[in-house]
Design a protein around this ligand. Structure first.
Ligand SMILES: Nc1ncnc2c1ncn2[C@@H]1O[C@H](COP(=O)(O)OP(=O)(O)OP(=O)(O)O)[C@@H](O)[C@H]1O
Length: 312
């Protein structure tokens, strides 16, 4: 199995139970190498649990896991090709960032010390100060440097930006994209800042209550849903037969978000009927899909949406 072509990760019926809590529920995944994946989902959806199992820091209750074709547990052939950047990373008590980078040089075969040094400078990390004295954002920056400069065949970033300010986050995104172009590998990034990372992602996996609710190329997802706003009866006639993700009413107006790609003819027809079409962002789509999967999404007649405001 080689990165770039075959699947680098495969799971089948992967399930993780913590007592009565089902953290992963029969997850089937085929992850092809050489791409940037977004692992998105609400708090407690199962993202960290999934990444922990894939990196052998946690265990499945049942089902199968293959990373580079093998189970990762105590498997040095696999583990030396993985880097897991997580918020709760523990370091030895006296460690400085410089110590952490030196250890990474021993651990990761593709470690680039020069790249790490230039990133540390860009993030203004005080590399000689003990890690436990660093600010929340500086500590996150250390994790980001470890993740980028390790150039591991698969790098997992589990919400790597806690405490990072907007400038530092932008540096992370820019360096990730540049370095990925020069050194293609597999990146899995979990994030709550969906719209902020949307443009980085080549493939999006959305997990909700331990189940995969969306798993598609970002390219296919863009434009896969649209919000249609207009007089209630016209909207209802237009969307008949379309899968409705969300519906809001305000007086005689209705705004419906449908999971439907409209072709040119559909767009023309909507315009002729006086309907307004608004694109749905990745974040809105994910919110709608997870609410729907949770069974919380019902038609409502309350708050006006942005599109309704724009329509009036
Ligand atoms: N060690 C544990 N013992 C019991 N329950 C756990 C444990 N670890 C995770 N869980 C539960 O499993 C579920 C999935 O948790 P997980 O940390 O994987 O979610 P997440 O998607 O990473 O969430 P967040 O975005 O908030 O970090 C949650 O309901 C969580 O409470």
């Amino acid at each position: 199995m080689t990165a770039g072509t075959a699947n680098v990760i495969e799971t089948r019926n992967l399930t993780r139970r913590y007592r009565d809590q089902l953290a992963l529920d029969n997850v089937d995944l085929d992850i092809a190498g050489g791409r940037i994946y977004g692992l998105l989902g609400r708090n407690g959806a199962g993202k960290t649990t999934l990444m922990s199992i894939l990196t052998a820091q946690g265990f499945e209750s049942s089902g199968e896991v293959r990373v580079f074709g093998e189970h990762p547990f105590e498997n040095d052939r696999v583990l030396r090709r993985l880097c897991f950047v997580r918020e709760s990373q523990k370091y030895p008590d006296d460690f400085t960032a410089a110590n952490a980078f030196a250890s990474a040089g021993l651990l990761y075969p593709n470690w680039d010390a020069g790249f790490a040094a230039s990133l540390a400078e860009e993030f203004s990390i005080p590399v000689k100060r003990r890690l436990k004295k660093l600010s929340r954002g500086q500590l996150s920056a250390v994790g980001v440097v470890l993740g980028l400069a390790s150039r591991a065949d698969i790098t997992f970033f589990d919400e790597p930006y806690l405490g990072l300010d907007a400038v530092a986050r932008q540096i992370f995104y820019d360096r990730l994209v540049e370095d990925f172009a020069e050194h293609p590998r597999t990146i899995m990034l979990s994030s709550h800042l969906i719209d902020e990372v949307a443009l980085l992602l080549e493939h999006v996996i959305v997990i909700d209550s331990g189940r995969i609710v969306l798993n598609d190329d970002a390219e296919n997802i863009r434009g896969s849903a649209v919000t249609i706003t207009g007089t209630a009866d016209v909207v209802e006639a237009f969307i008949a037969g379309y899968p409705v993700l969300h519906r809001e009413a305000l007086g005689s107006l209705v705004s419906a978000t449908v999971e439907q790609r409209l072709d040119d003819a559909g767009r023309r027809e909507a315009a002729e009927l006086g309907l307004q079409l608004t694109p749905v962002s990745l974040q809105q789509l994910i919110v709608r899909k997870t609410l729907q999967a949770d069974g919380a999404e019902k038609p409502s007649g309350t708050a006006a949406t942005d599109s309704l405001e724009a329509f009036r």
